[in-house]
Design a binder for this molecule. Structure first.
Ligand SMILES: C[S@@+](CC[C@H](N)C(=O)[O-])C[C@H]1O[C@@H](n2cnc3c(N)ncnc32)[C@H](O)[C@@H]1O
Length: 273
């Protein structure tokens, strides 16, 4: 995850910009009053280590987004496509693949081509629903199972999968992976299998634990559906860049304009056979 760490539900602020109200930015969309949406297991991981105020805690705001406005979240990630080199690098012809923090399936739908059985672990119920809907629409409902779970408590047996992967989800923080989460991913990985962290945000932390790094070159842009969509989603998720996105007037926005590094890299470890 490379963005700053993942109410007026109308999503619009009173202050207008260029003739229309600007969309409410992520950190101002939710309040401490929204924290009741978490299950006890989620609250234990996401709230207890935070100060409980989503205005100050961006990670908490992202977790609330997944549960309170999952379709809005999906509009963003659908525009942020992974570098094809990343998907192409992942092992193919794998018997079983486990993905952790699968979200609405940005990577999951690509994994279908690379394994026989896929298990997508995702804690947020609203995201699991969207992912199931997408898998069914793509006619992959029978090949992929979508299950609840957390990095540090995976509902899978030892040595289950030849590829265990997370995309834009794992961090060294205990609520979002940490030492226990990495150990769990390695536990469910089969001997000789691969654990991969796609779009890693703490490469040095992973390198210190034996993970190697690969990055794929070339220009990359976020591909919003329309110019208006680009402006609205920038106002919500990249408020500092919203003026520039509006000025450029294009639905394609280079990642550097938004101030985030592109999803072009991964860290991996191949376990001893
Ligand atoms: C930025 S989203 C990325 C989703 C998806 N992998 C993608 O690339 O589109 C981060 C995901 O990590 C999940 N997540 C957060 N904490 C988690 C945890 N402790 N265990 C497993 N998944 C977690 C969130 O629910 C969310 O789906």
């Amino acid at each position: 995850m490379t963005r700053p760490e993942p109410s007026g539900r109308s999503g619009l602020t009173a202050s207008g910009a260029a003739g229309r109200a600007a969309a409410r930015e992520l950190r101002n969309r939710y309040t401490a009053g929204d924290l009741g949406v978490f299950t006890p297991d989620e609250a234990g991981r996401f709230v207890s280590s935070a100060d409980g105020d989503p205005h100050r805690d961006a990670v908490l705001a992202w977790e609330l987004l997944y549960r309170l406005e999952p379709e809005l979240y999906d509009r963003l990630v659908s525009a942020e496509r992974l570098h094809p080199g990343v998907v192409g690098w992942l092992p193919a012809g794998v018997d079983r693949i486990a993905e952790v923090g699968a979200g609405t399936g940005r990577l999951t739908l690509e994994l279908i081509e690379r394994g026989r059985d896929i298990v997508a672990v995702e804690p947020a119920l609203p995201l699991r629903r969207i992912l199931r809907r997408k898998l069914a629409a793509a006619d992959h409902g029978d090949r992929a199972r979508v299950v609840p779970g957390f990095f540090d408590e995976l509902p899978l047996p030892d040595g289950f999968a030849g590829l265990v992967v997370a995309c834009s989800a794992f961090t060294p923080a205990s609520g979002h992976g940490g030492e226990a989460g990495l150990a769990e991913m390695e536990r469910v990985c089969a001997p000789g299998g691969c654990v991969a962290i796609v779009w890693p945000n703490h490469v040095d932390w992973l390198a210190a634990r034996g993970y190697r790094y690969v990055s794929f070159p070339g220009p990359m842009a976020v591909e919003f559906g329309t110019e208006n969509e680009a402006v609205e989603l920038a106002e919500i998720f990249f408020p500092k860049a919203a003026g520039e996105v509006r000025r450029r007037g294009s639905r394609r926005v280079p990642f550097e304009v938004l101030g985030i590094n592109p999803p072009r890299d991964l860290a991996f470890k191949v376990l001893a056979g």
